[in-house]
Ligand binder design. Structure first.
Ligand code: NAD
Length: 503
């Protein structure tokens, strides 16, 4: 296993700054635990303000150095292409690191690594197609145009559930535009970002363009988000943390993208294909142990098919194969952290005490030595009302609250009755109804007869307390660039010095 962590020294990592692995300024460290067996397997350094200062300075300096600032857009694209190639070559290793860190299925992490090069190729192709506009203005002999420029230094703070995938959604467009970055991965899943940083160096990016600092959110993340040297923060994580990060950044008027939590409605109408719909619900909330921001954790079934779909869903939940995430037959691995497992179990207790009824699951899964890891059974709750905490709070675990609805208007009211607005899904054969739902639902992504289907080519981001700003697609380029207006007067005439030139 040790060759997984190529850049750790005696199972401990430093930071990656200016293309070097360097020691932290203090000896404070944090231990990463494999959630499948509860065993520690490496340590990361816990950055303090001095370390963050060092990383931000490196990024600021790299921003204006000719080896990055003055290269052609096509050259930037070539760097991105090379990064994509290197992820392809090291994908198996990176996937295994992530599974050992966050407990998600090795098949899922391999699929993410297999698709990740495409993200870099996509933005590689875009790097030399980023254009401004020529805009006519009501003045003769004036040429007026816009330039799309890098914003500057981008701070990328990401959670543990899909570390490199989420990081890349912000990193690839940032590099395509010509920014420099400081990355702060989650404290329990930092190894893949550090190993990936070494690939970035191998791809030939100049020192300081990409830097990785690790450590606790409340210290390292906080210091990064409040640093006046930042020009943009791309934050992915919980809504409460996002609020703190946005507040810190606002003190310096630094703009953010906020990719936050969700409590997504997943709807089945009576005319849906029941088998496909039940599979969709399973995919929406039990895949990845429900540890996805887009989890379809509020499931609305039309009254007329409620019993039938619930029975099908319950059977599927009971037959989910729980086990070691490294095993290809496993369908549900452990939750990423002991604290996460405890949080999920406490929500199951809250659901029961609030009057919910467990239709299936509801316990930790402890057979076959799983008691050493952080496993929870796929859990289906019935008798839930929309005001209960299990229907309102993001649980981030394999727990679905099933609720009946009468008709379309009843559904829309219930589905939109949430502080979140990240995603929504609907199963129906009636295209008119599906389109009405898509229009009326307050969610950044709407899936019709599918769920958890994502693409780096298409904008992603939530509404309401699920955040703001978009990653992916051309929107990624807009988010990580700034627009400058340039006005050229070629009249040769001098102007009235005391009046603004409006004509
Ligand atoms: P989290 O908010 O606890 O942590 C996310 C990151 O923020 C980590 O790197 C953490 O160290 C850092 N952090 C924590 N406190 C901080 C602070 N005060 N200042 C700066 N940084 C700080 O989230 P988590 O538990 O790691 O991840 C789960 C959450 O992420 C869920 O709410 C989930 O919905 C959300 N998420 C959202 C998306 C999306 O695209 N919308 C994607 C994945 C996960």
């Amino acid at each position: 296993m040790s060759n997984l962590l190529e850049h750790a020294r005696e199972s401990r990592y430093g930071f990656f700054i200016n293309n070097q692995f360097i020691d932290a300024s203090s000896r404070n460290s944090l231990t990463s635990i494999n959630p499948a067996n509860g065993q520690p397997w490496y340590e990361i350094s816990d950055a303090n303000e001095q370390d963050i200062e060092h990383a931000v300075n490196a990024a600021r300096q790299a921003l204006t150095k000719p080896d990055w600032a003055d290269i052609t857009q096509t050259s930037r694209g070539k760097f991105l292409r090379r990064i994509g190639d290197l992820i392809g070559e090291h994908g198996e290793r990176l996937a295994e690191i992530e599974t050992r860190d966050n407990g998600k299925l090795i098949r899922e992490m391999q699929a993410q690594m297999a698709s990740l090069p495409e993200t870099y190729y996509y933005y590689a192709g875009m790097a030399d197609k980023i254009t401004g506009e020529t805009i006519p203005v009501n003045k003769s002999n004036v040429f007026n145009f816009t330039l799309r420029e890098p914003v500057g230094v981008v701070g990328i703070i990401v959670p543990w559930n899909s570390p490199l995938y989420l990081l890349s959604n912000a990193l690839a467009p940032s590099l395509a535009v010509g920014n420099t970055v400081v990355i702060k991965p989650a404290e329990n899943t930092s190894a893949s970002a550090l190993e990936f940083a070494a690939l970035i160096r191998e791809a030939g990016l100049p020192p300081g363009v990409v830097n990785v600092v690790t450590g606790l959110g409340e210290t390292a993340g906080e210091a990064l988000s409040r640093h006046p040297g930042m020009n943009k923060i791309a934050f992915t994580g919980g809504t409460d943390t996002g609020r703190k990060v946005a507040t810190n950044a606002a003190a310096n008027l630094v703009p953010c993208t906020m990719e936050l939590g969700g409590k997504s409605p997943h709807v089945v109408f009576e005319d849906a294909d029941p088998e496909r719909a039940a599979n969709g619900i399973v995919a929406g909330v039990f895949a990845a142990g429900g540890q996805t921001c887009i989890a379809g954790s509020r499931c609305f079934l039309q009254e007329t098919i409620y019993d039938h779909v619930l029975k099908n869903l319950g059977e599927k939940a009971e037959n989910v194969i729980i086990g070691d995430p490294m095993n290809n037959a496993t369908q549900l691995g452990p939750l990423a952290l002991k604290e996460q497992m405890e949080k999920v179990m406490s929500y199951i207790d809250i659901g029961i005490s609030d009057g919910g009824v467990i239709h299936s699951g509801g316990k930790r899964s402890i057979d076959h030595g799983r008691d050493r890891g952080f496993y929870v059974e796929p859990t289906v709750f019935t008798d839930v009302t929309n005001d209960m905490r299990i229907a309102r709070d993001e649980i981030f675990g394999p727990v679905v609250a099933v609720m009946p609805f009468k008709d379309e208007s009843d559904l829309i009211d219930k589905a939109n009755d949430t502080i979140y607005g990240l995603a929504a899904g609907i199963w129906t054969q009636d295209i008119d109804r599906a389109m009405r739902f898509a229009k009326k639902i307050d969610a950044g992504t709407v899936w019709i007869n599918t769920y958890r289907s994502a693409s780096f080519m298409s904008p992603f981001g939530g509404f309401k307390q699920s955040g703001y700003g978009k990653h992916n697609g051309y929107e990624g380029i807009r988010e990580f660039s700034r627009l400058k207006n340039v006005v050229v007067d070629y009249s040769g005439k001098s102007q009235d010095p005391f009046i603004m030139k409006l004509k």
